[in-house]
Design a protein around this ligand. Sequence first.
Ligand code: ATP
Ligand code: MG
Ligand code: ZN
Length: 250
Amino acid sequence: MNRVQQKTTTSQSIPDKYKCDKCKDTSWIQGENGLKRCQCYKLEIVKRRWKKFGVNPDDVKSVKEYEVNTSIRVDARNKAVRYVKEFDAIKEQRNSSVAFLGQPGAGKTHLALAIGKALLERKDHVEVIYMPYLEATRELKANAMDEENYNKMQSKYITCELLIIDDLFKDKVKKGKLIGELKETDMKHIYPIVNQRYVNHKPTIYNSECNANMLLDLDEALGGRIIESCKDNIIIFKYCKENNHRLEGV
Ligand SMILES: Nc1ncnc2c1ncn2[C@@H]1O[C@H](COP(=O)(O)OP(=O)(O)OP(=O)(O)O)[C@@H](O)[C@H]1O
Ligand SMILES: [Mg+2]
Ligand SMILES: [Zn+2]
């Protein structure tokens, strides 16, 4: 056996580097009352939830990749950076949420996912749940008859440490104008999530093509709760070509 072969054989049987040194990739560690799940297990479960909605946290762009060549972008980037840095203090405040609103292509999803990824990858792995509004509410509606399953799904959105609601009310807005009203079935699924998070001051990132007035027009109680929980952390990208990064260089 030559030297190279020897090295390969050894590294296959006893890896010299584990993904998680704590549990040596077994996902179990010794706790006070016996074995318990390692932190890395929690991270894997959360990552799996993101992937279920088509987003792999490993591929998400960072805040550093967000170019800042206009004042609104500087403001948005700064708020995102601060949110990550000061999350532990922010989460204790009454107004612990943030909203990226307005123009499609402005980078709302980019920034929300970048915040989410940074917190997910923190040492203690903040439990960040990604909730693309249309897909997630479609799934909730499809499970409405299965009470146990439905409650389990909804309670995850209500209780997680940080919830990202992306494209909120996407089906009600087009080119910066409301094109529909919220129906009872829409409210039934989203209202308890927003309301419970509002009441319990749970950090939430709201992304929507609606601006603040449109959220209020759709439903004053729900829009009001969102706005109040974000307070000074509302970034509104005006509807204009310059704010659409997808059109840059076109
Ligand atoms: N300031 C920026 N710097 C670098 N890339 C950007 C910037 N703004 C947006 N992008 C990129 O442009 C694309 C569109 O951005 P994104 O999907 O985040 O927009 P959005 O506001 O969520 O749009 P929509 O309302 O259609 O969901 C993404 O690939 C994103 O990474
Ligand atoms: Mg988006
Ligand atoms: Zn581990």
